[in-house]
Ligand binder design. Structure first.
Ligand SMILES: Cc1cc2nc3c(=O)[nH]c(=O)nc-3n(C[C@H](O)[C@H](O)[C@H](O)COP(=O)(O)O)c2cc1C
Length: 194
């Protein structure tokens, strides 16, 4: 079982990173293999709808030679994708959104003259997010969008861990959040054994 964690926070020591830490510690306990990719460290161009990726159904096929091919290879090779992101304007941060756009075309060969396959069909996808509003008002639209994205892409949506940030003057991490993060890792790990 291989995990690929796409980290969309610009803050290396921010809230999302703090919430992710116990999750990763749990994965290590289960000796799960994982890649952690900091998206703000990568060169990720936005999709320009050229549809070059629709010509050959066996490869990513994007015309850009930025860092997305390397991320594609890691995703292609993994079983579980984790989207870890703070909520910005009710959705994920810009590099994650660009990546989602690049993959909705590059992975799903649906947009050429004939409809082709989804290259990531059957992989699991889960969300780890932090937001300023209550999760049901802060992370709900992102979750809904990702559920739709998964259905469209033939990915198996596996749930969301969302925790609230009460502002820059308060301490974000506490025992409860630590417990939730570990429990989420346990839940994903045990459901991937089924
Ligand atoms: C530009 C920006 C936009 C934000 N938009 C939202 C939002 O739409 N809804 C929300 O609940 N929180 C929003 N927040 C709050 C962040 O999601 C929250 O502080 C998060 O925990 C930050 O995580 P980080 O420390 O990993 O960057 C926003 C924060 C920033 C900086």
């Amino acid at each position: 079982m291989k995990y690929c964690i796409l980290m969309g926070s610009p803050r290396k020591n921010g809230n999302t990173s703090k919430l992710l830490k116990p999750f990763i510690e749990e994965l290590k306990l289960y000796q799960v293999q994982y890649d952690l990719i900091w998206l703000y460290d990568k060169h990720i161009e936005p999709c320009i709808a050229c549809r070059n990726c629709q010509k050959d159904w066996t490869i990513f096929g994007c015309r850009y030679s930025d860092d997305v091919q390397e991320i594609f290879d890691k995703i292609y090779d993994c079983d579980v994708i984790i989207l870890a992101t703070p909520i910005y304007s009710w959705y994920c941060t810009p590099p994650m959104k660009s990546l989602l756009d690049r993959f909705v075309y590059g992975m799903n060969k649906y947009y050429g003259d004939e409809k082709g396959p989804s290259l990531w069909s059957g992989k699991k996808l889960a969300i780890i997010t932090t937001c300023g509003y209550k999760p049901e008002k802060g992370a709900d639209l992102f979750e809904e969008g990702i559920k739709r994205y998964c259905k469209h892409s033939q990915l198996k949506y596996s749930g969301m861990l969302a925790e609230r940030d009460f502002g820059y003057k308060s301490v974000f991490m506490d025992n409860e959040k630590d417990k939730h993060s570990r429990a989420f890792a346990q839940y994903l790990y045990s459901s991937s054994l089924l």
